[in-house]
Design a binder for this molecule. Sequence first.
Ligand code: FMN
Length: 192
Amino acid sequence: MALAPWRAPLARALHRNRSRPDSRYLQLATMDRDGYPANRTVVFRGFFESGDRPMLVSDTRSAKIEQIQANPAAEVCWYFAKTREQFRLRGELTVVTAETEPAELRLTREQLWHNLSDAARQQFTWPSPGQPRQEQGFAIAPPNSTQPPPHFCLILLEPNRVDYLALRGEPQDRIIYTRQGQDPWQAQGVNP
Ligand SMILES: Cc1cc2nc3c(=O)[nH]c(=O)nc-3n(C[C@H](O)[C@H](O)[C@H](O)COP(=O)(O)O)c2cc1C
């Protein structure tokens, strides 16, 4: 299946900014139970099956997972400092755990666990995120690299709107890509 039209500029931005580790950090905004946006930094973990769905990993015990389960609507905002480009990807999130169907999703979750550094895997041995801190409870040994703990999850974003802004150039370039259901993507240049 053909890639979405915003994938080429995003792939280019990832490539041109690859010398900067922070080019793989993006902000993920969800909605909380009180109607406030909840925004945090997460690491981009590639595209699911090299398609249009960015992958993230997280801990099902963190607040974002309850928020996503109540309302899967989300937006990620990604700024590439070297090339001065912003991508805002809006869409719906899916949380993948050991129980999720189909099997490809579970296998990808296991693969991402395996690919993490020991230090990153270690964080999943820590007590529940966001709970009051106790002095004890932070394990030293890194967990098994082939067996993710039940609270390790993959988060997939299925974008339905992408707002691309390139600051370089006079005037700047801004393109809104949208998609209704499974229809083809539409691209519209707009004023920056
Ligand atoms: C540079 C950076 C990268 C981070 N990467 C992740 C990540 O990949 N997954 C994640 O769940 N949290 C990540 N965090 C922590 C989140 O920003 C956040 O503090 C945590 O997930 C709890 O968020 P929540 O209470 O809204 O669920 C990262 C934080 C920073 C500063």
